[in-house]
Write a new protein. Structure first.
Length: 129
């Protein structure tokens, strides 16, 4: 099984998918995109600055898009509730407002990824109304 990651950069407000390049920057304590202009000195603490590593689940939802931590998913089986993909206690789950479900193979191609908690958090507040 290949482990697939992406990194949320809160300064540039975007994801980095070229993980090998990002890892090299972290390992070398280099500063990259969106951070240089803030005048940080090295060594730089990426965790304190809000950078987050996110793990892909290895399963795909509708439209052949792979589930990843932080994705906002419209469930195709539970009255179209909206939930978030999370990695908890070594398992991927879909966490809804009133319940959680393990994200298992039988859920592949059922949920529709409609956004993520970083770029479209307002989708979660619409669900609460």
């Amino acid at each position: 099984m290949n482990i697939k990651l992406k990194l949320w950069n809160p300064h540039a407000k975007k994801f980095h998918y070229d993980v090998e390049n990002v890892y090299d920057c972290l390992k070398a304590q280099k500063v990259f995109e969106g951070v240089e202009s803030r005048g940080f000195t090295l060594p730089y603490n990426y965790v304190e600055e809000g950078f987050e590593w996110l793990l892909f689940a290895g399963l795909k939802g509708k439209n052949n898009v792979e589930y990843c931590e932080g994705d906002i998913v419209k469930d195709g089986t539970l009255n179209e509730q909206i939930g978030v993909v999370k990695f908890k206690d070594g398992c991927f789950i879909l966490e809804f407002q009133d319940c959680s479900y393990y994200l298992l193979k039988h859920y592949e191609n059922v949920g529709e990824i409609i956004g993520n908690i970083y770029e479209s958090p307002e989708l979660l507040t619409k669900n609460e109304e």
